[in-house]
Design a protein around this ligand. Structure first.
Ligand code: NAP
Length: 306
């Protein structure tokens, strides 16, 4: 066996899982197809992680990375392609090698949902973005539109205003946001324009985004709004293809079903973080990642350390 435990995904759940696994005497490897951090990497500021009044997402990622590196082998930029059951536990096939492990913790998180409108794919990187923190600076002094009504949409609109976008619009398909009131009020204070009951029908531009076609669901009116950038902040979808290949049970929205010990429906496979749905918060992902690692002791025939 190469490692007793493999953790797939180095976001907050994966980092804390690695720390708790090694401290329980489990040899651990962590795979991530990128540089790690998950969606925390693109959070402008995290203000509800205990012990930190306010910390930039990238900074918290760096702190977690350095902490967890003391405990496990991290294989960044190594995407896991497939996991299958084997006599020792599981065979993990990545784009670089094959590994034998005894148990698995899936912390694969979520990815951005797409608008699925004409122009979106063609103008990606040419005005269309899914991350204001990453790409917002290119739009200083310009007009931008954020799509969505959740926390992310409102937080991104505030960020875009703060960095000096000339006009920031938030377009939402309902008559009220689902975001926390505090973000709505701050966006309003900053001068963000809200457009309710409206959907984006198309994104237009030759080379770069120049306008969006909007449709008002109440009045059935159509409007072409001149903007230079479109940030789609319409939520996330579970990255569940590895779970599916393992035959792990998913709920109706594609999230992995786990019990209180973070066990999945497949013996020896645990899951934690956003991939398990529920309240998607860094602190909760960390806690569930820790529980998953501790629970893996049972599949590995080790003593539960607490
Ligand atoms: P979200 O809460 O799921 O909101 C997605 C928004 O996009 C909803 O308003 C939804 O509209 C809209 N939407 C979905 N599909 C759409 C489509 N095809 N066209 C137009 N609009 C569409 O997603 P999120 O804001 O990314 O947040 C994800 C999770 O992270 C949430 O649990 C959130 O609370 C959490 N989060 C927390 C914080 C924080 O605590 N500081 C910060 C960021 C995110 P409907 O309202 O009509 O469904």
């Amino acid at each position: 066996m190469d490692y007793e435990l493999a953790i797939i995904g180095a976001g907050p759940a994966g980092f804390s899982s690695a720390i708790y696994a090694k401290r329980s005497g489990i040899s651990t490897v962590v795979f991530d197809r990128g540089s790690g951090g998950g969606l925390m990497q693109i959070a402008p500021n995290i203000e509800n992680y205990t012990g930190f009044d306010s910390i930039r997402g990238v900074e918290l990622v760096e702190k977690m990375k350095q902490h967890a590196a003391k405990y496990a082998d991290f294989h960044f930029y190594e995407e896991v392609k497939e996991i299958t059951a084997s006599s020792l536990g599981f065979t993990i096939r990545t784009e670089k090698a094959t590994y034998q492990v005894g148990a698995v913790v899936l912390c694969t998180g979520t990815e951005h949902r797409k608008l699925d409108v004409p122009g979106e794919a063609e103008l990606l990187g040419k005005g269309v973005s899914y991350c204001a923190t990453c790409d917002g600076f290119f739009f200083k002094g310009k007009k931008v539109l954020v799509v969505g009504g959740g926390n992310t949409a409102l937080i991104e609109s505030i960020f875009l205003k703060q960095i000096g976008c000339k006009e920031v619009y938030v377009v939402h398909r309902r008559d009220q946001f689902r975001a926390e009131k505090i973000y709505e009020e701050e966006a309003q204070k900053k001068g963000v324009h809200f457009i309710f009951n409206t959907i984006v029908e198309e994104i237009v531009g030759k080379g770069n985004v120049s306008s969006v076609g909007l449709f008002n669901l109440e009045t059935s009116e159509r409007l072409q709004l001149a903007v230079d950038g479109v940030f789609a902040s319409i939520g996330v979808l579970p990255q569940n293809h590895i779970a599916q290949s393992l035959g792990v049970k998913l709920d109706e929205n594609g999230y992995i079903v786990v019990d209180a010990a973070q066990r999945t429906s497949v013996h020896g496979v645990y899951a934690a973080g956003d991939i398990t749905g529920g309240v998607r918060q860094v602190i909760i992902a960390c806690a569930k990642g820790a529980i998953a690692a501790l629970s893996s002791t049972e599949a590995l025939g080790k003593k539960y350390p607490y």
